[in-house]
Design a binder for this molecule. Structure first.
Ligand SMILES: [Mg+2]
Length: 233
């Protein structure tokens, strides 16, 4: 029989695992556009053009490959470049970024997430592992996490094994004692499997699994994950 070590800690993806990210980003983009229209109208006009936006994004990535994993740094650089190009005051970039960032933290959880997080946190130390720039404290979930390792803070993104190993180390666990939970088959499940972790795939949309390695647990949502772990909600 396959030996599966006891789970001592959980590492947890955030975007699309605990909340849908798309509506959050749409709202944040709108808040930023509204702010720019008021405070940097030439930039707002420039960025209303979709080809200009994608050109700017490419230019920023080319100019700052060292922060390719850091969405906050990229967006700040993007806003600064747009303001310079439009002839607005580039000193406004940090304030504009903060408008986006604040709304980025204003997430609407999936209905199953909060009680599942509470149940998980009552049994295990939870560590957030995210490539995005949501902050568990700013989204109001800090009480359910003992720590977080982000691509931004750590310097490499999932699926690199180092970010998973850093998360395991942060709770004094070997990788095989950790269950990584996430929605992305490649970034979360395959990444964590390669790092030697146990894995749970949160498959909310009934997608078909298409990788040679398979997750230890597949759950349709966070409540189903808790059921699979024998946790009461
Ligand atoms: Mg995700």
């Amino acid at each position: 029989m396959l030996h599966v070590p006891k789970i001592k800690a959980i590492t947890l993806d955030l975007d699309d695992t605990l909340w849908p990210v798309e509506p959050t980003i749409v709202r944040a983009e709108q808040a930023l556009a509204d702010w720019l229209a008021q405070h940097a109208s030439a930039t707002a006009r420039l960025l209303s053009d979709s080809p200009v936006r994608s050109q700017l994004r490419k230019a920023v990535l080319q100019a700052h490959p060292e922060v390719a994993h850091d969405f906050s740094a990229l967006r700040l650089a993007y806003l600064g470049r747009a303001m310079a190009l439009a002839g607005d005051d580039i000193a406004l970039a940090p304030a504009a970024f903060e408008v986006f960032f604040a709304e980025r933290q204003n997430v609407t959880l999936f209905p199953d997430s909060l009680s599942a997080l509470a149940a998980l946190a009552a049994r295990y130390p939870n560590v957030a592992v995210s490539n995005g720039n949501a902050n568990v404290h700013r989204v109001g979930l800090g009480a359910y996490f003992v720590g977080s390792v982000s691509a931004q803070s750590f310097g490499v993104a999932k699926p690199h094994i180092d970010i998973f190993h850093a998360a395991a180390r942060s709770v004094q666990c070997d990788p095989d004692e950790v269950l990584h939970v996430g929605d992305d088959a490649h970034l979360d499940v395959v990444g964590a499997l390669n790092a030697g972790m146990q894995t749970a795939w949160i498959n909310r949309d009934a997608k078909v699994w298409s990788h040679p390695q398979t997750p230890h647990i597949t759950a349709s949502d966070m409540a189903a994950l808790c059921a699979a772990l024998g946790l009461d909600l």
